[in-house]
Design a protein around this ligand. Structure first.
Ligand code: SAM
Length: 272
């Protein structure tokens, strides 16, 4: 008996019309669907008349369930994985299951569809030839600020996920780390009734969000343009890295490394 296939199926991030016909056909035909939250996915399945059994797969049981799923795949059944919304494994569970299936030689096949980060990037009007997906920032303020500080010199467009609870705090921390004037775009409730895409400087976006309660409701993707790739930005970053390294290394070694890491001229860093 040949092994089955594990299908990784994207589901809508709001508008149910975004479920692809191939996704629907696959969800109907597999032996079982692994779902992050069986109640939520159950609603989606009943909307589409899919009666395939659901298996709960979440952070806490992923290892144990993965083994059972792999056994069923090896026995010839095909199964699907969905998350609550969008593409599984993108800030969602599934990585352990996919790793276990691949390690067992199982075919893992994607059914592409909605993903909030990509949908947001496609309407932001920010440079998108290169970007870095940062997912959710840490919940703790100190860790969040540290992460943002580390990203201050990143030249690629930054993409973050954020919830309504923390959107204002996160924008304020981004403003502090990246400066008032850094261009940014806030994509809220994409594909849903209150879809809104705001753009402006970080200072301006924060002001808009603070001024209007409605702009703090729903689900968000925050995108921030990367740091300018000019010598000024490299120098700022070079001096920051130099100062950190200089706590543990002699100035000459710290300057050499900081120059290599940031592209700033070594001489401009030494002793700065
Ligand atoms: N796997 C999903 C994907 O492919 O986008 C993401 C899951 S993650 C747990 C949920 C986060 O994605 C939300 O907190 C929000 O940041 C973002 N998100 C999901 N749906 C969205 C939407 N319709 N509009 C804006 N952001 C959304």
């Amino acid at each position: 008996m040949p092994a089955g296939t594990l299908f990784i199926v994207a589901t809508p991030i709001g508008n149910l019309g975004d479920l692809t016909p191939r996704a629907l056909e696959t969800l109907r035909s597999v032996a079982a669907i692994c779902a992050e939250d069986t109640r939520r996915s159950g609603q989606l399945m009943s909307h589409f008349g899919v009666s395939t059994p659901l298996l709960a797969l979440h952070e806490h049981n992923e290892d144990a369930l993965s083994q059972r799923v792999v056994e069923r795949l090896l026995a010839g059944e095909s199964l699907a994985l969905v998350s609550d919304a969008g593409t599984p494994l993108v800030s969602d569970p599934g990585f352990r299951l996919v790793r276990a299936a691949r390690a067992a030689g199982i075919k893992v096949s994607p059914l592409p569809g909605a993903c909030a980060a990509i949908a947001a990037l496609s309407v932001a009007g920010l440079p998108s030839d290169r970007f870095t997906f940062e997912g959710f920032l840490p919940a703790k303020a100190s860790a969040r600020r540290e992460t943002l500080q580390r990203l201050a010199g990143e030249t690629r467009t930054l993409v973050f996920y954020e919830s309504s609870h923390r959107i204002a705090e996160s924008l304020a921390d981004m403003r502090a780390a990246f400066g008032d004037d850094r261009p940014a775009v806030l994509a809220r409730e994409l594909t849903k009734l209150f879809e809104t895409v705001l753009d402006g400087s970080l200072a301006n976006l924060l002001a808009q969000v603070e001024a209007d309660d409605n702009q703090r409701k729903g689900e968000f993707v925050v995108m921030v343009q990367g740091a300018g790739d000019d010598m000024d930005a490299r120098l700022v970053e070079g001096r920051r890295v130099y100062a950190l390294l200089n706590e543990h290394l002699p100035p000459s070694a710290a300057a050499k490394l900081a120059a290599e890491i940031t592209g700033a001229p070594r001489k401009a860093l030494y002793g700065s």
